[in-house]
Design a protein around this ligand. Structure first.
Ligand SMILES: [Zn+2]
Length: 212
């Protein structure tokens, strides 16, 4: 069996959520220790909680919803690129400086953001590393179909619309909230399985890398 690296966050009330999004609420509504015949948990949280996918419908009124994205688009060869810890914004020149394998159409950015997850801080961090508009255009031109990053959004805090619209508008699926702390840069097989929520703009996902 190949080695599998889990790159998903654990969903709990301690997880930071995007400012204004619903908080994570997880409660057992039937408890065996209180005489219930089984433990049963009820959930309430936003579709963009923890490790999750953005469907085009997130920023485009007529975009595809999460249940319309085929698994073929979410499973396959992926490159993890490490961004130098001194980089605060992934721009087109930053992208140009990276060695990107021409065979890949899925890419994950490992930045200093991943350290935040190991600190287990439940405070939302505004100064996360994100992708700017120049890099978003370049990623589209390079033919990528899936772009992932290790914080809760691909776009800089306070300026969400342009980068999301550039990428989602070209049917680039976004994978956000990854924990890449234990991942070396290189080529892997991505397994990404978002919940099949009918008509949704996104969904929490279990994501893993298969080591060849
Ligand atoms: Zn999202």
């Amino acid at each position: 069996m190949k080695k599998i690296i889990d790159i998903s966050l654990s969903i709990s009330a301690a997880l930071p959520v995007w400012p204004g999004d619903p908080p994570v609420w997880i409660e057992r509504t039937s408890k065996m220790e209180e005489g219930g015949s089984a433990n049963v948990t009820a959930l309430r949280f936003g579709a963009h909680t923890g490790t999750h996918m953005d469907a085009p419908y997130h920023f485009l009124e007529n975009g595809r919803t999460i249940d319309e994205i085929a698994l073929e688009e979410l499973i396959g060869l992926v490159q993890v690129l490490e961004i130098d810890a001194g980089v605060d914004l992934i721009t087109a020149p930053v992208l140009d400086s990276l060695k990107i394998d021409p065979a890949v159409d899925k890419i994950l950015f490992k930045t200093r953001n991943s350290i935040l997850w190991s600190q287990k801080n439940s405070t939302f961090f505004e100064d996360y590393v994100a992708i700017d508009e120049s890099a978003a255009h370049l990623l589209v031109n390079m033919g990528f179909h899936l772009v992932g990053i290790d914080y809760l959004s691909v776009a800089p805090y306070g300026d969400q619309t342009p980068v999301h619209r550039i990428l989602l508008g070209s049917n680039v699926i976004l994978l956000e909230g990854l924990n890449l702390a234990d991942v070396q840069p290189g080529l892997y097989t991505l397994l990404c399985l978002p919940l099949k929520l009918a008509g949704s703009d996104g969904a929490p996902a279990r994501a893993a890398l298969l080591v060849d």
